[in-house]
Design a binder for this molecule. Structure first.
Ligand code: A2P
Length: 269
């Protein structure tokens, strides 16, 4: 099956199509999973300061022996940290953890602190993004973006900042494909990254997914990941199991146009 194995961001930087997601991995799990992923051909690793595993990720990348320029590394500014100086400081911590001298992609983790979902942090987000622009201009980050942002969070960034975010990383899986946000992102040329493509495991048990897996003689995980790939989203499955890490990259199912329509129309109640 032919599918895009990389995408070009709105600033010309090329990003691979599939990442190892590391949310909910300990440092040691992140270390082992990153080594395994790179050995099996992964070119994109996604972490965050808030995951508390950046140093495991950094050590894993080093241990794998891959050249720095051959691996794409994403990290995120914690959702609780808003403001110019605060952002510069958090970035420094991330770089110390990873033991790297540049980052490929840096994202604002969420428009509001996780403890205060929905809070209006517009000015804090603008300040943070302006600080990220500074780091971007200095060459310390190759691309900057956001995560968990919807239109109302993105618009103030577009109005008050100078760089258009390259990426919005959102939760995205069969039954939850955030049509409104993704069509806005598509219109703006901002790449959608799909986190929790397996619905953190729950989507693997959905009847519609099980039926498709049976029809295509494949696994539910392959249906979930291939759904994102067919929709041209960068996909970030998380696994700590070597055999799953491998199959998540390689077992891609050529889901028909008709079945993609069915899957795209399905909504979890
Ligand atoms: P594990 O890390 O033990 O492999 P998401 O990427 O949507 O956040 O989902 C991650 C969850 O799905 C984790 O619990 C992970 O478990 C599990 N998972 C990842 N890949 C597979 C797979 N190929 N088959 C079954 N479960 C998987």
């Amino acid at each position: 099956m032919n599918y895009k194995k990389e995408f070009t961001l709105n600033n010309g930087v090329v990003i691979p199509h599939l990442a190892l997601g590391t949310w909910q991995m300990s440092k040691d799990e992140a270390y082992k999973s990153v080594v395994c992923a790179i050995e099996n051909g992964y070119k994109l690793i996604d972490t965050a300061l808030a995951y508390d595993n950046e140093d495991g990720v950094g050590k894993g990348i080093k241990a794998s022996g891959i050249k720095r320029e051959d691996i794409f590394v994403t990290s995120k500014l914690p959702a609780e940290i808003k403001g110019y100086k605060e952002t510069l400081k958090a970035f420094e911590t991330t770089m110390d953890n990873l033991k790297m001298d540049y980052l490929d992609l840096y994202l604002i983790h969420a428009p509001w602190p996780w403890e205060e979902i929905g809070k209006d942090c517009t000015s804090g987000n603008i300040e943070s993004f302006l600080a990220m622009e500074e780091l971007y201009k200095k060459g310390l980050i190759r691309a900057i973006g956001v995560s968990n942002f919807e239109k109302q969070h993105l618009d103030p960034i577009l109005e008050n900042c100078n760089v258009v975010p390259a990426v919005d990383q959102i939760s995205y899986y069969i039954g939850h494909n955030q049509k409104e946000t993704t069509s806005y992102l598509d219109k703006l040329g901002i790449l959608t990254e799909a986190y929790s493509p397996l619905g953190t495991g729950r989507t693997l048990k959905q009847e519609i997914v099980l039926d498709m897996a049976k029809k295509y003689n494949t696994t539910p995980a392959s249906i979930c990941i291939s759904f994102c790939i067919k929709n041209e989203r960068v996909v970030l499955p998380k696994s700590t199991h070597p055999e799953r890490i491998k199959s998540n990259l390689n077992d891609i199912t050529d889901i028909s146009k008709e079945d993609m329509q069915i899957l795209n129309a399905f909504e979890i109640k």
